[in-house]
Structures are given as C-alpha cells and as structure tokens.
Ligand binder design. Structure first.
Ligand code: GDP
Length: 450
C-alpha cells in the first residue's frame, strides 16, 4: 500500500475532461499555477496582473514560440478556488496533440502531473470540504440516475456533515464533563448527571440507527436494484430482459467470469437504476470454469433485491423458490399472447408478453413500487457510502458499550472512553480522524483531474 504523504506545495496539472470532446479543460493548481500559465499563454495582459474570477482569451505558445491553439483561460485566486490555491483552467480545442503539448509545457515549466483525485484531496486538506463531501464529488460524477444524482448532490452540499458535527459536539461536551469528574474524584461529584447522560446517548443512538438503516436504500440508489430473472429454459427470460432495457440494449453485457449465457442489463425506471440478470447460465456442468461462473451467478442471485420468477401461460405454475430475508419475489406469466384473452391468473401474478410488449408497463410499475423512496421526497438524509456505513455501525457498537457502562454505574472515565470511541468512528466519516492510507484509498478511486 502506498503511504506517501502527498506534497501539497507543488503545482499540479491534469486534464479535467475526458478525451474525445470538442473542447478540453486543463487545470493547474498551486502557488506557481499563474506563473506557469503566464509562460504558456499570450493574452492581452499577463494573468499575474489579473484578478480572480476572470476569463481571458488568448493563445498557447510553445517553447519555440509557435502558436499551439486559441484558448480561454479561467483564473481563480487563492483562497477562493476549489482547492484553496491559485487555479488556472485552460479551455482548449479537444485534440489529443494540443492536450499533450499543454501538459508537456506546464511540466517543463515546473508543474507536476496530478494524482487521481488530487485536486479534491487538496480541497479536503485545505479545509474546503470534509471527507464525506469530498467523496460525494466522485459519486456525483458516477451518478447515472435521478436519485443517485440527488443523494450524491445532497451529500456534496453538506448532507449529514452538519448532523454528524452536531452529534460530535454533544458527545465531546459529555466526555469533557465526565473527564472533569476525574479531576475531582476525591470529592465524589457528578458533573454529568447519569439519567440526562442516558437520555442523550439514547437520542444519539436513535439518530445513528436512522442513518445506518437508510443505507439499504442508499446502496440501492447508488448501485442500482438487482433483479434476478429465474425460470425454466424457453420461458422467455432473455426476451424479457431485452424488452425491459429497450433502447438501453447497448448496455447488455456478459457478467465477467460467468458463462456466456448469463447476462446483465441495466435500465432506469422512474429515477432508479435496475440491473436485470438473466440467470440462463445456471445449469449442470462438469466444466470447472463454467462451474465457477455458475457459482458466481448464484451468489449474485442470492444478493439480488428482487427475484423475478417467469413461467409461461400454457403452464402457469411456479415451483418453490428459497428467498433471502430481505428479498422481494415477483411472479410473472409470459407469452399471454398465445392464450385466450380472458384467461385468469392468480391476483399477485403479472401477465405479460415479453415479445409483444404487453404488460411491461405494469411490471415496471410493480418493480418501481418495491423501492420505497418516500423518505427521499421528505428530504431525509440517506447514507450511500459503504465506508460511512461501516463507521456508523462501529459508532453504534461503541454507543451500546457506553450505555451499558452507564447502566452498570461504571466510573466517568470508563464511560468517557466509550464516548471517545464513538467520536473516533464519527470522525472517520468526516475526516477529522483519518490516515494517509485511508485518504489514498479514497482518492485513488477518483479520476485524474478531479
Ligand atoms: P429463455 O430461455 O428463458 O431465455 O427464453 P427466450 O427468451 O430465449 O425465449 C424462448 C422462446 O420463446 C423464443 O423463441 C422467444 O421468441 C419466445 N418468446 C419469448 N417471449 C414470448 C412471448 O411473449 N410470446 C411468444 N409467443 N413467444 C415468446
């Protein structure tokens, strides 16, 4: 694992847009950003004379004095910038050659290539945002549906940072009071009244429970709802999968490592991404490689939020299926176009014809109704990040210990120790308590230039 502490005194450079577009943005950040840009850029006047929040038209000139491109430069002066340092953003034409030349020149004049996420890491280190908000920047870039965007953007704008800050403040006050008792231990005084303390801890426990239990929904919003389509061969599983994803068909793909039959396709239904898995790959085989693939499909199935069981109208019976505790089960009869129109099915069965597109809207509505997003409409905070979830769980455990310590009349310093553990775990989320290793892991998942 890389544990190096990134040098924040250098001036970094990186493209901030993906290749292939009509224009491309190259970003410089650091003490020397303006000086370096002035060596590349010829405008009406030097950038070093210009104020922050200004745009400048001009051209990029290489080290031999040749013009490379016409550009627009945006200037941000410290501390009023994303990273808190001086930032220059050069918008050039989207040519790989131009990009490479601007990068080469910037590096020649003293900049270093930025690591993935380094701009955001600097913003975090400069106190521009806490860690949970910095992480949301990556989530917002990756968001691909209305609700995944909604929760990432709420989080980026503060999300539960404020709430965690409040909880931490309250806990800090409690632990200081408890630690004060230690200084007066001869006198047997209680600065922190135990029943008030218990009430407060209970209240914090409730808030932690609300946050941790929101993760089930948060995870679904961020990663999509997995729907495993099961049923006998020829029931129409792959036809249904293709019909459900319609124009998104380009997204039909093999699940890495499974047999060629198991495919996954995703589509958005009313703001939520669904991942449909056609489990056709599950069959008896002696081929070791195929068996491994099938095992993986089984695991995906057992992790699926929804099991969609498909049979056909000529034989609408459903053999028993073993479900996990949190799994939803949806029974669907396919090929209704082959039967009499007035044929009746059980009331919880959804009749469709995957081939003719009949009943698919009803199926979509049914699948969408299984994800309860009413709390989002009410503006509730939702935890989407696995790391935050783990930290909240640990905080909750420490809180349980603290409550037990209060109930068992343990001394203030022991209770305070548990409270400090809660504080530690909450601090991991916002980044008050963190290590270079953790920062490296988080920011290495960012793209270059963010
Ligand atoms: P799978 O083995 O469960 O994936 O089934 P397929 O999707 O390959 O479908 C098996 C056959 O049933 C194909 O010939 C499909 O064209 C046909 N089929 C699928 N859905 C329908 C439907 O709604 N109506 C009719 N009549 N045929 C269908």
């Amino acid at each position: 694992m890389i544990t190096e502490h990134l040098d924040t005194t250098t001036t970094i450079v990186a493209p901030a847009t993906a290749p292939g577009g009509a224009v491309m943005v190259i970003r410089l950040s650091g003490d020397r950003a303006i000086a370096i840009a002035d060596r590349l850029f010829r405008g009406r006047r030097p950038l070093s004379d210009a104020e922050g929040y200004t745009l400048h038209y001009g051209h990029i000139v290489d080290d031999k004095g040749e013009t490379i491109d016409d550009v627009v430069v945006a200037l941000f002066r410290a501390p009023h910038s994303y990273t808190g340092d001086d930032i220059v953003e050069i918008t050039a034409h989207g040519s790989e050659y131009i990009t490479a030349e601007i990068l080469r020149l910037a590096i020649e004049y003293g900049a270093v290539m930025a690591m993935p996420g380094e701009f955001t890491r600097r913003a975090f280190l400069a106190g521009k945002m806490d860690l949970s908000r910095a992480e949301a920047v990556a989530d917002i870039i990756a968001s691909d549906s209305r609700w995944s965007h909604n929760v990432a953007s709420t989080q980026m704008r503060g999300g539960y940072s404020a709430k965690l800050g409040e909880l931490r403040g309250e806990l800090l006050r409690l632990s200081s009071l408890l630690e004060l008792e230690l200084d007066f231990s001869e006198e047997d005084v209680e600065f922190a009244d135990r029943s008030t303390l218990r009430l407060l801890l209970d209240n914090i426990g409730t808030q932690l429970t609300t946050l941790t239990s929101s993760f089930a929904l948060g995870n679904v919003l961020k990663n999509g709802v997995t729907v495993a389509i099961i049923g006998k061969p020829n029931a129409g599983k792959s036809t249904l999968l293709n019909a459900l994803v319609e124009d998104d068909r380009a997204m039909v793909s093999d699940i890495a490592g499974t047999t060629r039959d198991a495919i996954e396709a995703t589509t958005v239904i009313d703001g939520i991404r669904y991942r449909f898995i056609d489990t056709a790959g599950i069959h008896q085989t002696t081929d070791r490689l195929e068996q491994m693939g099938i095992e993986r499909t089984h695991r995906t199935m057992s992790n699926a939020s929804i099991i969609l069981h498909l049979t056909t109208a000529d034989e609408p019976t459903f053999e028993d299926v073993e479900l996990g505790p949190e799994q939803h089960y949806v029974r669907v009869v396919n090929k209704i176009d082959t039967c009499a129109k007035d044929k009746r099915y059980d009331s919880d069965v959804i009749p469709i014809s995957a081939q003719r597109g009949m009943g698919l809207d009803m199926l979509r509505q049914h699948l969408r109704a299984l994800v309860d997003t009413s709390s989002l409409n009410a503006g509730s905070v939702v935890v989407t990040n696995m790391r935050h979830y783990a930290a909240l769980k640990s905080a909750h455990e420490a809180l349980g210990d603290a409550l037990q310590a209060v109930d068992n009349n343990l001394s203030g310093d022991l209770i305070s120790e548990d409270i400090r553990r809660i504080l530690h775990h909450l601090g991991e989320i916002t980044g008050e308590i963190t290590s270079d290793d953790i920062l490296h892991t988080i920011f290495s998942h960012f793209c270059i230039g963010k």
